[in-house]
Write a protein that binds this ligand. Structure first.
Ligand code: NAD
Ligand code: G6P
Ligand code: MN
Length: 458
């Protein structure tokens, strides 16, 4: 069993490798390969992964660290894809350019998400082609490269037969917070959910079969935020800033900065629309004006991440290389890696466990288009997801989803056809953009910033 991580230099790699290693018997894993286009970044993360596998866990799993596609993908069983095309430097542009024009600046939502999508579509298709060429015919690509909604639509359109499953950890992270808030165990929880990626709602959360949404509503109303302190305490210092002169509560990225508003926004949305628990990302579409008001166009989430998750990881690796001392708090092995590794276990061992996946609708939500890429619960076995269908969704959610879906579809068509007009339609249609003139201003700035990445638009 060979598992390759594409984007092996990612800040999430150490956590994912640890999650794989902890499931080594279920996955029968012989070799882990790290593949990246950035050789130095890949080498450094490889040093830490080597420590995790061979010093910390003392496992007999071969590690290969490479920038060569044939070495990375030959006979691979699973490819976990986590590429950030353009890196944090371009994430900054995705967030800052829209803000300069008074629009939400977010890496996967609004104009920033559309821009990131336009950079990522073709590298993802290239990855699929490389994996098809070299890997076992029964390969599975588990993709969480963002923006997952646009990436999955592009894969559906351009490589419809690829064995790829697109996934997101946000709903799972929300369930972690729900469990901390209600003091219940995640393994006893099952939920219903519908939406697009980063654009959906929990319609039911059951603990041991009993509906807990009413208690959750009461909790959120009482605390005026969904951010239980027991959850914060359990988080690693991954979230802390790399400066040591602030007190603990101020250092956590979730209690201040951009994440705080997101968790607060769950309360604000539920004050007006209490029926379902919203995905945190809906804030950017339902409170677009408020997000622009409290954002700082000079310092966005990209900067926060560079100073925390990324800085901590590479400082930890540098220290290990210089002194031989390891500080495990500089990397993270939480729900993110567990969720991906558990999905691989379900595919390999045909467990039919229930996961949320991004998949083609094919009638599962009757009042959404057949070809829409939606996010729904599915049973996962060796042949992939068996999606659980549901009834029509309400007009409010369906209307929001259609607008977002068509914006995402148009940006994919813009890339494939090289069409400026379709790109402008995608930006104009997006709910975070107030007018076609503003859409054009943002798009034109983004074309300039992305000239090394985007296809030519005519
Ligand atoms: P990162 O920049 O630390 O790591 C990404 C790595 O991808 C880098 O080492 C980079 O060199 C590499 N890369 C870029 N283009 C590549 C290509 N064409 N082929 C191979 N490697 C390439 O980023 P990160 O913050 O660790 O996030 C990694 C990715 O995972 C991002 O796309 C992020 O949005 C995504 N992510 C998604 C979810 C989800 O819910 N779906 C959750 C967490 C992270
Ligand atoms: C959640 C989302 C991911 C996203 C991440 C961003 O986990 O599901 O899609 O990549 O948040 O986190 P960051 O800390 O990088 O802003
Ligand atoms: Mn996500």
């Amino acid at each position: 069993m060979i598992i390759t991580l594409a984007g092996g230099g990612s800040t999430f790699t150490p956590g994912i490798v640890k999650s794989i290693a902890l499931r080594k018997d279920e996955l029968e894993v012989d070799e882990i390969r790290l593949y990246d286009i950035n050789e130095e970044r890949q080498r450094k993360v490889g040093v830490l992964v080597d420590w995790i596998l061979h010093e910390d866990l003392k496992l007999d799993i071969k590690l290969t660290v490479t920038t060569d596609k044939a070495e990375a993908f030959t006979d691979a069983d699973f490819v976990f894809a986590q590429m950030r095309v353009g890196g944090y430097a371009m994430r900054e542009q995705d967030e800052k350019i829209p803000l300069r024009h008074g629009c939400v600046g977010q890496e996967t939502c609004g104009c920033g998400g559309l821009a990131y999508g336009m950079r990522t579509i073709f590298p993802m298709v290239e990855l699929i082609d490389d994996v098809e060429k070299y890997a076992k015919p029964t390969y599975w690509i588990l993709n969480y490269s963002n923006p997952a909604a646009i990436v999955s639509e592009a894969c559906r359109k351009m490589r419809p037969n690829a064995r790829i499953i697109n996934i997101c950890d946000m709903p799972i992270a929300i369930i972690d917070l729900v469990c901390a808030a209600l003091e219940i165990n995640k393994k006893d929880v099952e939920y219903d959910y519908f939406g697009l990626n980063h654009f959906g709602w929990f319609t039911s959360i059951r603990h041991k079969g009993e509906e807990v949404l009413p208690q959750l509503r009461a909790y959120i109303k009482e605390h005026e935020i969904l951010l239980p302190s027991s959850y914060l305490k359990g988080m690693s210092s991954l979230m802390k800033s790399n400066t040591d002169n602030e007190d603990e509560s101020k250092q956590n990225r979730h209690t201040k900065g951009s994440w705080y508003y997101v968790w607060k926004g769950v309360y604000e949305i539920m004050e007006l629309f209490p029926e379902y628990l919203p995905n945190t990302y809906l804030n950017y579409y339902l409170q677009q004006k408020e997000f622009v008001e409290h954002s700082n166009p000079e310092r966005t989430r990209a900067n926060e991440v560079e100073e925390t998750r990324e800085a901590n990881l590479f400082a930890g690796i540098d220290r290990y290389e210089k002194t031989g001392e390891i500080d495990e708090s500089t990397f993270y092995a939480g729900s993110h890696g567990d969720w991906i590794a558990d999905l691989a276990v379900a595919l390999k061992n045909d467990t039919k466990a229930r996961f949320l996946v991004i998949c083609q609708n094919k009638g599962a939500i009757p009042n959404m288009p057949y070809d829409a890429m939606v996010e729904l619960p599915a049973y996962i076995g060796k042949n992939g997801p068996e999606v659980i269908s549901r009834d029509n969704i309400p007009l409010f959610q369906q209307g929001l989803m259609m607008q977002q879906l068509n914006s995402e579809k148009l940006v994919v068509e813009a890339c494939i056809e090289g069409s400026y007009e379709k790109a402008l339609q995608a930006f104009t249609l997006n709910k975070t953009v107030p007018s076609m003139t503003v859409a054009k201003e943002v798009l034109d700035d983004m074309i300039e910033a992305n000239k090394d990445f985007w296809p030519d638009l005519k």
